[in-house]
Design a binder for this molecule. Structure first.
Ligand SMILES: NC(=O)c1ccc[n+]([C@@H]2O[C@H](COP(=O)([O-])OP(=O)(O)OC[C@H]3O[C@@H](n4cnc5c(N)ncnc54)[C@H](O)[C@@H]3O)[C@@H](O)[C@H]2O)c1
Length: 252
């Protein structure tokens, strides 16, 4: 699908994978709306072609307003890339006691329900656009993680949320097939983004050493490159694509 002169909504678009994707889409001629929390938008760089819209992905009214902004921008909304997410870690049982149920619920709320909230509201807007060839109207790309498949110790909440994103990919693609909307999910390995900012250089080197090839962390622009490839390829639909340098994570 061509993205020139179309609108794109990128959640988590002020940082990391979303920030890189917003920039790459704008460089290809899309009118990009980067949805994020106010605190992240304040720290975000100014990028030509990218408009920041403040919203919480878990809030239907705020997401509706952001989608309305993108859909009403004068060019059709055809692309959504869901990157908003959090990645706290906690074990089921630890010295601090049982896993906090509220933390578990929060991770599911943002990573899974937030993704679904944006997907449904944006799908309604994309479904209202004029169809292209093959009755295609748009593409929605979600972000899972390889933790959906090989979650590590302390990732029970995160892996549950990302497993949910993997699980919704095929039925969402099937549901939205009658509207000409493709749904795909990227499952990244370890990407060097602000989410990893607290990791020491030593631990970063250990992480890199465990990756078969290339022996380094992925870069956010490599995620953006994959997102653009998936958008471009009209026959890819309902699939989860790992981007991990052949990494299969060990228990810890
Ligand atoms: N970095 C990695 O190694 C890695 C690996 C696999 C998957 N992922 C996933 O990729 C996505 C992006 O991660 P990142 O590394 O770019 O992290 P990041 O922290 O750099 O960016 C995440 C963005 O999401 C935003 N966000 C969080 N909660 C939100 C909410 N409720 N509403 C709106 N925006 C919200 C944050 O403000 C932030 O700007 C996440 O879903 C993450 O789980 C990251």
């Amino acid at each position: 699908m061509q993205i020139t002169d179309t609108a794109a909504l990128v959640t988590g678009g002020a940082s990391g994978l979303g920030g890189a994707t917003a920039k790459a889409l704008a460089a290809k001629g899309a009118r990009v709306f980067a949805l994020d929390l106010g605190g992240s938008i304040e720290k975000a760089e100014t990028v030509e072609g990218v408009t920041y819209v403040e919203a919480d992905v878990t809030d239907p009214e705020q997401v509706q307003a952001a989608v309305d902004t993108a859909a009403g921008s004068g060019v059709p909304l055809r692309t959504v890339v869901n990157c908003a997410g959090i990645g706290p870690s906690a074990r089921i049982l630890s010295k601090k006691g049982r896993h906090d149920l509220a933390l578990y619920a929060k991770v599911i709320q943002i990573n899974l329900i937030g993704t679904f909230n944006v997907l449904t509201i944006a799908a309604e807007a994309i479904a209202a656009t004029e169809p292209l060839a093959d009755d295609a109207r748009g593409v929605i790309i979600n972000t899972a993680s390889i933790a959906a498949f090989d979650g590590q110790i302390g990732q029970v909440a995160y892996s549950s949320s990302k497993g949910g994103v993997v699980g919704l990919t095929l039925p969402a693609a099937r549901d939205l097939s009658t509207s000409g909307i493709r749904v795909l999910t990227i499952a990244p390995g370890i990407v060097d983004t602000p989410m990893l900012a607290t990791v020491s250089d030593e631990f970063r080197a250990t992480l890199s050493a465990g990756i078969p090839f290339p022996k380094r962390l992925a870069r956010p622009d490599e995620y953006a490159q994959l997102a653009l490839s998936l958008i471009d390829h009209d026959y890819l639909n309902g699939e989860v694509v790992r981007m991990d340098g052949a990494l299969r994570m060990a228990p810890r």
